[in-house]
Design a protein around this ligand. Sequence first.
Ligand code: SAM
Ligand code: DTB
Ligand code: SF4
Length: 333
Amino acid sequence: MTMQEPMTAAQEGQASALRSAPWSQSEALAVYQMPFMELLFRAQTVHRAHFEPSTVQTSQLLSVKTGGCPEDCKYCSQSVFNPTGLKASKLMALERVLEEAARAKEGGATRYCMGAAWRSPKDRDLDEIEAMVRGVKALGMETCMTLGMLDAHQARRLKEAGLDYYNHNIDTSERFYGEIITTRHFNDRIETLGHVRDAGMKICCGGILGMGETQEDRVAMLVTLANLPVPPESVPINMLIPIPGSPLENEGHLDPFDFVRTIALARIMMPTSHVRLSAGRKDMSDELQALCFFAGANSIFVGDVLLTAANPGEGRDAALFRRLGLKPEALEQ
Ligand code: SAM
Ligand code: DTB
Ligand code: SF4
């Protein structure tokens, strides 16, 4: 019998690219805690097995119904529980949504993500929401909505209107969830994700880092996502934007390398998903963003604003793409 040669890091990267769920917490934690350079190399190897390494998908957000939300998410500018000074508004007119979407398309975004500060949509709002989906699709963009919890019937209606993605974040680990939100449970989120999947839509689901969670919480969040019956096609990783007046206004002191580690782990555990370097880029250096791309992030939000908070905007992102030789991802025809 011949001794087997030990696997090179590149081969191990390939092997973990082919590895399928379920992931255990201890296995995932061991990857998270690897020496940083080793972790980055593995993540980049997995990334290259599935994606063109210098291409980044670009999505743009619009808040179609802002503020006055009855949920108590401690990070959010839009909760009625948080005195953040945000002015609440009614559902935006269809015409205005389509104007904004057309502008986003001109700016190069390929997916338009519309968010509403609701616990869940009322059936009477869905006609208008469906018209938004149809209108944005007719512009030739992918569509995403984030409207809170859905029942099976609502998910089917959105699918029939042509919605491509539904965003519904689990935000953190099941253990830490109750420290951040008390008006709904972790399992409510999982239930909505099931309805979205059953209706045949793609899932966008991720979370926020820097809310005071432990590294075990960050890993557990990714274990939940990777072990879903089908992992989310899109995994947004947000850095907390500390909102003045929100209970987390003084949080957000995460070691940036832990942020990069989480992105790398998401890439390794969900090799074929787009991992989005999401909220919080405005306060990140170009160097930190470059490390995130190297760790396997391959999607961003473009534009001056996210839902209510600031984003780097076209000028700074164009310069970043130039400096790093990145290209925006084209829509598959
Ligand atoms: N109301 C819907 C819901 O909660 O599903 C959709 C909108 S909500 C604002 C979408 C996601 O944005 C949240 O789940 C959270 O992950 C992220 N987010 C909200 N406020 C944030 C903040 N201050 N910093 C970072 N991410 C934030
Ligand atoms: C996601 O994970 N991040 C986006 C999107 N999905 C809906 C929202 C970020 C919001 C940041 C805070 C704000 O703009 O109010
Ligand atoms: Fe409402 Fe969504 Fe903000 Fe929570 S995150 S308060 S559900 S808008």
